[in-house]
Design a protein around this ligand. Structure first.
Ligand code: SF4
Length: 69
C-alpha cells in the first residue's frame, strides 16, 4: 500500500484535550495550555501510516484524514 502524505483535519469542538496526538506527533499537534485543546503546529500533514495511527489513538474522533470517507 502506498504511504503518500495526507492532510489531517482537527475538530476543536470534539477534542477533549487528552494530548495523545501531541505525544505521538509533537511536530504536528500541540495541546494549547489555556484552552486544553489540540492545535496544529506547522503543516497538518503526515505519511498515511502515521496519520492512521494518530486518528486511531484520538479518543474523541477529533482527528480525521482530509478526504477520507
Ligand atoms: S488526541 Fe484527540 S482528543 Fe486528544 S488532544 Fe488530540 S485531538 Fe484532542
Amino acid at each position: 500500500m502506498s504511504n503518500e502524505t495526507v492532510r489531517l483535519t482537527l475538530d476543536a469542538e470534539a477534542c477533549i484535550g487528552v494530548g495523545q496526538c501531541e505525544l505521538l506527533e509533537p511536530n504536528v499537534f500541540r495541546l494549547d495550555d489555556d484552552e486544553n485543546i489540540s492545535v496544529f503546529v506547522g503543516e497538518p500533514q503526515l505519511p498515511r501510516d502515521r496519520a492512521e495511527i494518530v486518528v486511531d489513538k484520538c479518543p474523541s474522533g477529533a482527528i480525521q484524514i482530509a478526504g477520507a470517507p
